[in-house]
Design a protein around this ligand. Structure first.
Ligand SMILES: C[S@@+](CC[C@H](N)C(=O)[O-])C[C@H]1O[C@@H](n2cnc3c(N)ncnc32)[C@H](O)[C@@H]1O
Length: 275
């Protein structure tokens, strides 16, 4: 099955304009696989008809469903491990520098089903309990997809999901069995604020962040969108803050206003001081 070119091109343009996500003809199979459930659920005669309805622009909920269906939510606890080990060192340093103001903000942009911000929360609970006890610590976790945010807020994971990245010790400490799945404990859950946010749209007012995780989302964007995004991230990051990208993502060719710091098998970025 193949979507006709005019409809396919319209869908690509819409997805790119609204979210920054770029797809091309090689993703025909993905469009069919992701959108046919919506066609069936809404009893629309065909995939082309669905895209024609999007073009008419009369059904915002259809557009939202389609855009969300086209997103990839692949994630895991402590994904790639090394960034979370670096995070401990990064936070040790930042905590010293913030000793007077006693506030810490970490932003997990594009948090998918929550494994990333909850991993950050576990790093804090494991190594910074004294800070958590007396400082204002916020982990703000955002995503475009309301459905995936609902899953993240639920904080309940299958065995398959907890097997990916969690040690038995962390599983036992921070999760409780719940009807064959695992529910994250309150002390971890309460550290994370989940919010809707389109990285390619208008941003809500955000506190300046000390650390930003912008991992495994820029790879879906083109170079111009990546450049514009990291420039915006720079404006919400403290001047001495730290940005983590995904292991397959880089600033090369995107923005030369960042210093790359290599540490313990991973690298992160610090904004170069402004001249
Ligand atoms: C592959 S997941 C990455 C999850 C996590 N950061 C990680 O590294 O494991 C990508 C996430 O980016 C979100 N996303 C894609 N485009 C977005 C946009 N324009 N604004 C906000 N989130 C977006 C998707 O909904 C998806 O949950």
């Amino acid at each position: 099955m193949k979507v006709a070119d005019p409809q396919f091109d319209y869908l690509c343009g819409l997805l790119r304009r609204r979210t920054g996500v770029c797809i091309d003809q090689s993703k025909q199979y993905l469009v069919v696989a992701r959108l046919m459930p919506i066609v069936r659920q809404r009893k629309i005669p065909s995939l082309e008809t669905l895209i024609d309805r999007l073009r008419q622009g009369l059904d915002p909920s259809l557009e939202k469903d389609v855009l969300c269906a086209m997103m990839t939510h692949e994630t895991s606890f402590f994904r790639d491990r090394a960034p979370f080990e670096s995070l401990r060192a990064v936070l040790t340093d930042i905590v010293q520098r913030r000793a007077k103001e006693r506030q810490l903000t970490i932003w997990s942009a594009a948090c998918a089903s929550g494994q990333e911000p909850f991993s950050i929360a576990m790093v804090l609970l494991e190594h910074f309990r004294d800070v958590l006890a007396t400082w204002r610590v916020r982990i703000i976790a955002t995503d475009f997809s309301e459905q995936i945010l609902a899953r993240a807020r639920e904080g309940v994971y299958s065995e398959l999901e907890t097997d990916r990245g969690l040690s038995p010790a962390l599983l036992q400490k921070y999760f409780r069995p719940l009807q064959g799945r695992f529910s994250i404990v309150q002390e971890c859950r309460q550290l994370v604020e989940f919010r809707f946010m389109n990285l390619n749209g208008t941003w809500p007012l955000m506190p300046l962040a000390d650390v930003v995780f912008l991992r495994n989302v820029m790879l879906y964007f083109d170079v111009a969108t990546r450049s514009a995004l990291v420039a915006r991230v720079r404006r919400v990051l403290r001047p001495d803050g730290v940005l983590f990208l995904g292991s397959a993502e880089t600033m090369i060719g995107i923005d030369d206003g960042w210093n790359r710091v290599s540490q313990g098998g991973c690298s992160y970025y610090k904004p170069k001081p402004r001249r």
